[in-house]
Design a protein around this ligand. Sequence first.
Ligand SMILES: Nc1ncnc2c1ncn2[C@@H]1O[C@H](COP(=O)(O)OP(=O)(O)O)[C@@H](O)[C@H]1O
Ligand SMILES: [Mg+2]
Length: 361
Amino acid sequence: MIIEKIKLTNFRNYKKIDLTFNKGLNLFYGSNGSGKTNLAEAIYFLSLTKSFRTNNELNLINLEENDFALINAYIEKGKNYKKIDVFISKNGKKISLDNKNITRISELSNEVNILYFLPRDVNLFKESPKVRRNFFNIAISKQFKEYLKLLNSYEKILKNRNELLKEENVDLKLLDVYTDQLISYSKNIYKYRKDYFLKLNVFLPDIYKKISMKQSLIHLVYLPFVNDLENYNSIAKEKYKEALENDLKNKRTTIGIHLEDFYILLDKKNITLCGSQGENRMAVLSLKLVPYFLINEKENKPIIILDDVLSELDEINKTNLLNFLKTFEQVFITSTYKIDQKDITNYLIKNNSVLKEETYD
Ligand SMILES: Nc1ncnc2c1ncn2[C@@H]1O[C@H](COP(=O)(O)OP(=O)(O)O)[C@@H](O)[C@H]1O
Ligand SMILES: [Mg+2]
């Protein structure tokens, strides 16, 4: 899939811009604070209908024209075109796909799949497990709608169970019913996760090698709550029994798939404990690119956004990364300098406007 066109009105520092994008590598360059990340943010917004750097969407509205902000975009998926309109105002946001209002994010994230890497992602393995769970939950949901449904059902029961645990006299029979329900959803969620990590591990080493040019052993280690599909229910049940005292004391469910995590082994060492900043960056970037290779149909291949990645890399890694990125359907990358190369379309960002430059040949 590719984004053909985007029009921004009163979005961040842009009052009105109208841009066409090319296939392959699109590079936004300009000085610090010129609005490169803002433009990347607008593109990202199309996928999850939220920003990657603010929870308050009113921040997206241009400070001088503070009534509303608009994003209009045209997406090309094979022979199909889709139009997406996002309207943000003090009264909330409205999103439409081909002029029909949508109410659920999943309706849009199924249409526009974006993988992104931001400077803060380098800390993925130093952050709390919640951040990593969020990463794989979103990644798996994008591939399997069923997974998101399972997760939502699990969350509902977890909430009920936690509320019950907060009561003065906990009804242990009811608690048991909730536990059984949790286990049955957990098993299915575990299956998806296990399968997904297996797939990630197939592609990760190759991607890491392409970017780093190092022959390293890289492996993701998934830490499931129960790691035995055949005896899942009985093992889980036993674990819940053991955790009962703790659950009652803490007034919440202290074990389960809602607490699962993963880490990376790089040359047999845990990257969280031993990885350098550079190794973390390459590893997370590789990991974030894997889903691109899990989708076979060209028209559904995700769009890639990489914000401020180049500045942190040495020359060799930069060249490798750019060459690798040229093989993707469509990539947006921000940088403080332009790169005059065949197959890179440069956009100069200056004075709150964006100038597309002629391609070099
Ligand atoms: N709602 C807004 N209205 C106008 N300007 C904004 C708004 N939000 C952010 N900006 C401006 O955008 C600039 C930062 O843009 P950013 O995309 O982060 O720059 P960079 O090119 O370094 O990535 C800042 O100067 C900031 O004042
Ligand atoms: Mg920036």
